[in-house]
Design a protein around this ligand. Structure first.
Ligand code: SF4
Length: 281
């Protein structure tokens, strides 16, 4: 980047690069923040969280734990329309719920607030994709943002991530007891079993999620069925039974290779279908 020239004709000092770790409330981005703090203590990292205001209570609790361990605040970024961002955009989209094929929520509630916050500052964004993942990460459309992947560069895999979290005392977010990913309580990437458990753990949030659906227009969160259909006792039992059988089959197909697998922690990226690279790291 060429230095600009000041009004006095002197070249301005090159603008300082900002170093940003965007936390999702998930394990990998958290481990990355902890890892970088130890590896590069001289770097002035900024920690961000794009708050959709539709997150799980466990996520907010986890962020507080991360802040305490890092000794630095995690800046919460909201969309242009603040707390009501999701509902505002939903209205603009005529009630058309986001889905894996039409993921307007990630763009408007995660990417846009981040890019607005950074502005034109030269920025290095540290992304928590691990060495054992096949996914590709955030691709910036802005020239001033460079995405870097320290875990990929340093060969950090899932077992390493688990060790970093355990050693730091931060551990895993509490929602991992019943759900495999960070993100909004109504995230459409949830598996059917996770919807059942959302209903058990957070009946109020399940009801709120249900309130967004318009069955007669075909706007539902989960594929091929509404939450009202999904919550019938027979259907819930069927979903959980199918999930149990699938897990048993998976477990039988492989011997535990990593600490994470040994503790029964599933790999959501490989076994639970697609995920959002911004919301679920
Ligand atoms: S967590 Fe899911 S619903 Fe929320 S912004 Fe990300 S992709 Fe959209």
């Amino acid at each position: 980047m060429s230095a600009s020239v000041s009004a006095q004709g002197r070249p301005d000092a090159a603008p300082e690069v900002r170093h940003i770790v965007m936390l999702s409330g998930g394990k990998d981005s958290t481990a990355l923040a902890l890892y970088l703090r130890e590896k590069k203590p001289e770097t002035d990292f900024e920690y961000l969280f794009c708050d959709t205001h539709k997150e799980l209570p466990e996520t907010y609790e986890y962020l507080a734990r991360i802040e305490a361990r890092l000794g630095r605040p995690v800046v919460r970024l909201a969309s242009r329309h603040g707390e009501r961002g999701f509902d505002h955009f939903l209205k603009i989209y005529g009630g058309f719920l986001p889905s894996p094929q039409a993921r307007w929520c990630t763009r408007l509630l995660k990417i846009e607030p981040f890019e607005r916050y950074v502005g034109d500052d030269p920025t290095r964004l540290y992304v928590g994709l691990r060495a054992d993942e096949r996914r590709s990460g955030y691709i910036s459309t802005k020239e001033n943002i460079e995405a870097v992947f320290p875990f990929k560069d340093d060969g950090i895999d899932k077992a390493d991530v688990m060790r970093i979290l355990e050693r730091s005392g931060v551990g895993l977010p509490a929602y991992y007891e019943w759900r495999s990913r960070s993100g909004c309580y109504f995230c459409f990437f949830q598996q059917k079993g996770e919807w059942v458990r959302l209903r058990e753990r957070h009946p109020d949030l399940f009801q709120l999620a249900k309130g967004y659906e318009k069955e007669d227009e075909g706007y539902t969160w989960a594929q091929e069925e509404s939450l009202s259909e999904l919550e019938s006792p027979e259907r819930q039992a069927q979903i959980l039974e199918r999930e149990r059988i699938r897990k048993e089959r998976l477990a039988a197909r492989r011997r535990p290779k990593t600490l994470a697998q040994a503790y029964g922690f599933e790999d959501p990226d490989e076994e639970e279908g697609p995920a959002c690279l911004i919301c679920h790291l």
